[in-house]
Design a binder for this molecule. Structure first.
Ligand code: LMR
Length: 327
């Protein structure tokens, strides 16, 4: 009899537990690029791993191409509990902390290995936590890569940019970067860039090979200068409240899955940027402008005043720390 009661009690307890956890936790992941772009593939990989390891406990829905929110809206949406994951470009996160503008300084990082070293450094990791007081937690950095400049005229020396209008992300540093060239940076959402170029509303733009190719921007740009002058990377962000209130075992698993998805996304980014550069060449509409060392030095010199302009907002120590990881 006692055994029967014990068995019955344990069945009831399990049933209650099953009822409590009956509804899977929903994670809505909004981003602005196509599913083929590195960030799109990272999001799909995250979903796949969650389906494999947390089936029935967590569900992921992905909203690509800004179908749910524009990048300019995702931070507020996270703070208001309207979505759980986003990965906007670091360039779009100044409103959370001006320190993140460090990533936009032109010619700061010599290559992606230097970016990795800084992001994995104590100063880089601290930036992921810097926005928790505003309810936003950084779960990790995700790479895209180095930006190239394009236009319908060749951009070989800084003077070639003079008087031109370039679409830019919503970053004051990038705006200043074009101002010091005598050009205008026109802030606009990513889904609008193709049409802006097609209609001649701007003369040029800057982005990575993968974004240029996956958003078909090369179709309306006759010249692409392989400038590698700046970085386009992302911060994967969530609501601090949402993440901290997850059941501990689920949070641990999701942290692990996120790290794996980011590593996967970083590999895709490196491969896509190489492949998509070739695809742009093969498409045959754009000439690739290769800079000589002297020309590259001239661009670096022309954009250098931007560092001074933002040193106080970003913090000179942080700039020096980031630069030190080039060695
Ligand atoms: C852009 O607006 O150019 C990029 O931030 C798009 C993206 O998310 O890669």
């Amino acid at each position: 009899m006692k055994l029967a009661i014990a068995v019955l009690t344990s069945v009831i307890v399990s049933l209650c537990a099953a009822t409590v956890h009956a509804d899977p936790i929903q994670i809505r992941f909004s981003h602005t690029v196509s599913g083929k772009a590195p960030k799109g593939q990272m999001a799909k990989h995250f979903k796949k791993l969650v389906e494999e390891r947390l089936k029935g406990r967590v569900e992921v829905k992905i909203y690509p191409r800004s179908l749910m929110y524009l990048d300019s809206e995702v931070v507020s949406a996270l703070q208001e509990g309207k979505l759980e994951l986003a990965a906007p470009a670091l360039s779009k996160l100044k409103r959370l902390t001006p320190k993140l503008q460090v990533f936009d300084l032109p010619f700061l990082f010599k290559d992606m290995a230097a970016v990795d070293r800084f992001q994995n450094s104590p100063q880089g990791k601290a930036l992921l936590q810097a926005t928790v007081d505003q309810g936003v937690l950084g779960l990790g950095y995700l790479h895209n890569g180095m930006k190239q400049m394009s236009a319908n005229d060749p951009l070989r020396v800084p003077e070639d940019a003079n008087g031109k209008r370039f679409r830019i992300m919503s970053s004051e540093v990038i705006k200043a970067q074009f101002e010091v060239l005598g050009a205008e940076g026109v802030k606009a959402a990513f889904p609008d860039v193709f049409n802006m170029l097609a209609r001649g509303k701007v003369n040029g733009q800057e982005n990575t090979w993968s974004n240029i190719y996956s958003a078909h921007l090369h179709r309306h740009q006759k010249y692409i200068t392989e400038s590698n002058h700046g970085l386009l990377d992302y911060m994967v962000i969530t609501s601090a409240e949402f993440w901290q209130n997850l059941p501990a075992d689920i949070r641990v698993e999701l942290d692990q899955i996120m790290a794996e998805a980011i590593a996967f996304g970083n590999q895709v980014a490196a491969a896509n940027n190489d492949e998509n550069r070739q695809s742009v060449i093969d498409f045959g509409h754009s000439e690739i402008v290769t800079l000589s060392d002297q020309q590259r030095a001239a661009w670096e010199l022309a954009m250098a005043p931007v560092w001074q302009q933002f040193a106080n907002e970003i913090g000179p120590d942080l700039i020096l720390a980031a630069k030190s990881y080039n060695q």
